[in-house]
Design a protein around this ligand. Sequence first.
Ligand SMILES: Nc1nc2c(ncn2[C@@H]2O[C@H](COP(=O)(O)OP(=O)(O)OP(=O)(O)O)[C@@H](O)[C@H]2O)c(=O)[nH]1
Ligand SMILES: [Mg+2]
Length: 240
Amino acid sequence: MSGETPKNPSSPPPEVARDVFVVIAAYNEGPCLAEVIQAVRAIYPHVVVVDDGSSDETHEIAKQHTGFALRHAINRGQGAALQTGIEFSLRRGARFVVTFDGDGQHRVEDIWALVEPIHRGECEIVLGSRFLGETIDMPRSRRITLQLAVLFTRAVNRVNLTDAHNGLRAFSRKAAKKIDITLDRMAHASELIDQVAHSGLTFKEIPVQIRYTEHSLAKGQSSRGALRIVFHYLVGRVMR
Ligand SMILES: Nc1nc2c(ncn2[C@@H]2O[C@H](COP(=O)(O)OP(=O)(O)OP(=O)(O)O)[C@@H](O)[C@H]2O)c(=O)[nH]1
Ligand SMILES: [Mg+2]
């Protein structure tokens, strides 16, 4: 072994990994949550799981696998669960906050790809993009819906992104403090983009991989759900 640090390592040195808090919002993720937490914790010791009022064993599994197992007494939606996890991470001293889905669709290696530019001081927010990266077994209908969401983001949010609803994102502490998700359910993703664009904070997109599995497809979003998301987002904008 030469002892040289690889040019593009897939994980940070342990002292940096400790500063990264990975927030997993989980709703009825019993079947795959243990594996997801273990994979993330193998590199990042601070994993915050927010059980969003699940009716299965999500909370028990979270408690077995991380010291940071939070719980909403009722199901409030992914937006609310992420905000709970982000606020908790900041209170615990996080220097970087990452949001990561609990359904096994993301890759742990991609976390450092997102955090590294922030660590280097290049920007404050990094958003994962499956369309710059790779999608595995993504159904055609899902691709079309997500690409419509991208067009919607360009027209309505006026932000030129390639992926509008990717759950894998990284924030500096300063950016995480500024983010305030008020839309509880899935429309939070569009709200977040608004906040990112108007916060004055620097941001960029990085290619990531997203894998569609039987479990994630059974639980994931439907095309009809997409219309509901647009509706919630527009109502949220009018109420602001
Ligand atoms: N659907 C849903 N997910 C929630 C909720 N609260 C937290 N989550 C978590 O949010 C993450 C993303 O949810 P998904 O429904 O898979 O949404 P998505 O990944 O944008 O959509 P797909 O591309 O269809 O998988 C998962 O980790 C869920 O467990 C909720 O109320 N509803
Ligand atoms: Mg999913």
